[in-house]
Design a protein around this ligand. Sequence first.
Ligand SMILES: [Zn+2]
Ligand SMILES: [Zn+2]
Length: 348
Amino acid sequence: MIEIVANLHMHTPYSDGTWFHRDIAAAASRARIQAICVTDHNVHVGGVEGYHSGVLVLVGEEVHDYSRRPQANHLLTYGAGDGISTFASRSQKLMDEIHARGGLAFPAHPIEYASPLDRELDKYPWVDWDVRGFDGIEIWNFMTEWKRSMKLPQALIAFLFPSLLIRGPFRPTLNLWDKLIAREGRMNGIGNSDAHGIVVRRGPIHKTIFDYAYLFRCVNTHLLIDKPLTRDFATDKRMVLDALRAGRAFVGYDLGRSSRGFSFKAASGTARAEMGEDFKRRSIVTFEVRCPGVGLIKLLKDGVVVARSFGRTLHHQSIEPGAYRVEVYRFFRLWMRGWIFSNPIYIT
Ligand SMILES: [Zn+2]
Ligand SMILES: [Zn+2]
């Protein structure tokens, strides 16, 4: 498998972002990201997919019902094509239509907290949990976490030095993810920037919250694809969507140290699995975690920590079936912060 770094949630002036696709692709290239998916609100922008600045640029959509009060249920869709937002007011119908078109559906920022400081920083959680058929959820959204940190007394720090307050996915979101994995049997996790590049003015201070280039160095989804990107757009788009569909991915916070090179594998007899894969155990299962740097590595089974290690590797053996996933934390800017969150390996 070949690892590529992707960011799958951002906006352009076609909705509420500030940069157009080609400029965003150039920023992604500078951040050494190989693939992006632009997800404007309720609009599928045509004619811009392709390779720009050496970056694979896909177009998805962030669909929600503008007429709903209060606002909620932002759904990231990939590979579903144009016109999908006409189903926004009926979540199950929307989900079914996305899948009928061969697309994928991930609730964006499923748990959100409003900032008390600005009505613009309201919360938009997912609330229609009786809907079935999600391919996964967005477990970590940089802007969602930043929005939560925009409160007193720390607002100025959040405004000027966001990385001092970015700590990792919300624990309730990780707990929700584990519950959904138990309910559905499998559920993929992704992490993204939600970049808008909006300029905020407060008196003499003008600040971009936050520019695309900065955010592409922060929370990304690392995908494992079948072979190196070919530069043939249709082939590469299919490989990216296949990896997303299969959950062959982990979420990395790449600002302090890139999470490139992380691996999580399981083996039992001749059976082997990577993130997102499954196998039926025949004997004892051996798990191996490798990190590109030192961190606190936790192996979880069905949401419960079963092994931990401080260093670059973790080895564990078990005969228990379950959904196994990994969380890694590293010391960065005076705090232990979330670094890597793997998708599960499913042992039956
Ligand atoms: Zn949203
Ligand atoms: Zn968004």
